[in-house]
Design a binder for this molecule. Sequence first.
Ligand code: GLC
Length: 566
Amino acid sequence: MNSNSKTEWWRRSVVYQVYPRSFNDTTGNGVGDIRGLTEKLDYLHDLGVDIVWLQPVYVSPQNDNGYDVADYRSIDPMYGTMDDFDELMSELRKRNMHLMLDIVVNHSSTDHFWFRESRKSKDNPYRDYYIWRDPAPEGGVPNNWQSKFGGSAWQYDEATGQYYLALYDKTQADLNWENEKVRQEAADLMRFWADKGVDGFRMDVINLISKDQSFPDDDGSIMTGDGRRYYTDGPRVHEYIKELYERVYGPYNLVTVGEMSSTTLQHCIRYSNPQEREFSMTFNFHHLKVDYPQGKKWELMPYDFEALKGLLSSWQIGMHDGGGWNALFWNNHDQPRALSRFADDGRCRAASAKMLATTLHGLQGTPYVFQGEEIGMPNPNWYDISEFRDIESKNMYRIMVEMGKSPDEAFDVIAKRSRDNARTPMQWNYGPQAGFTDGTPWIKVDERYPEINVKMQREDPNSVFSHYKRLIALRKTEDVLTDGRYVRLDETHPQVYAYMRTNDRDTLIVISNFTGEEAEFALPEVHRGLCDSKAELLIGNMKDEPAWGAVLKLEPYASFMWVIRG
Ligand code: GLC
């Protein structure tokens, strides 16, 4: 048991992620806003979440929906005003809820004042805020690193004849963390928000801030060959994060989660073990790559169930043993809906959504719920490439067609993989535009909103929403959910994922059928003794609970959580 699990409140919390663009529009401009979130705080309070992660609402040209920040201390008028923000803070306080802001400091928008200065001349005082390099000796880009959104990571700038590094969109220029002034600026802007009373930060792609200063070509012998081995969990990353801890996180006692791109377990233990004084917890994405053939995101395959269970298990055990802490999630604004990837988003949609929820919420870590997940929103039905808004999806569609895929094939990949799958408007009711806006939404509302919406589910005790509410409440009452040690129970069952969690008092058991066929599950020999104890059902998703015993019969997508009180 981790000694901090009783003292650190956020280890018993559930976070709700708000993508403000698509949450609730109060002005009729088709884009959600801060007041829209404030208006829904009673809803979130009713759900039981205690931390809200609000995604970027800063001034931005919105090329990457706000992850391209042009002014870190002001609210984009599209989302409202600073007064709206202050009102949100005080309304959260009234409900004893907390706010986590999204901080994007691996890069800034090229519209930021720093970058506009930086590009003016080689001796501008802001030149060194970014990563500028000469063309290669024979001309062209300085090295072969690729942007995560497609194409070279280097952008040529006429004014000074050099290239700047941009690992995402060309309007998102990577900041130069080698420069002490940049590190001071990052700490200052976070202090600004901490002084306003926010409780924590979600740090965008923060494990990419330290680049190998020799900027070598990537020969592709390890990892993907796009350069990531030279800047992922880079040489000085822990030093920089410890500095942020000393300057901001520690003094303000903040809860922090680092988004870790292509990371390792060893690094995440270091990032999130309290003794290291870095972050409270980390996101990693390995379990969401189990449907990428050879790690290729833009190719399709059915997901590998064994790999999924293996990854969840190794992170559960590894983080527990190393004293780290996981941020648990199936969904976010960058991922297609887990419901459509790992279960049935059609006939068994509600059972599937509850099954995935129970499976995740039984694990050790702090669970995150992404808007719409709590009502079982699936990937939307897409009909045409013109319906997509995301810059990555548009780039990738173009690149796939250029590389020889037919437009239909490319569309099929985008429809399954696009980040826009998570970004369609929140479905509040069965009125026009699902109650999201009175105007024209910036991205279409999924046509299934008349059957899938908050209004229908909120009062229904059997809804996906009510299931989430119960799961979230369990985290407050069952200590074993916070501190229990994880043991996998299913070995290599082709349909079932089963595990238990034990502390010095209780044993929690979670058993889920991930398929549309009935399944039979037998407890492994060594744990048969559990059958002699009385198991109390904490939550399930079927009318009938299977009889507790050595062999359990599970209906399609059935999932149960029991506790044996010690
Ligand atoms: C993170 C964000 C994603 C964004 C990227 C660049 O992965 O979650 O939405 O595009 O960073 O900031």
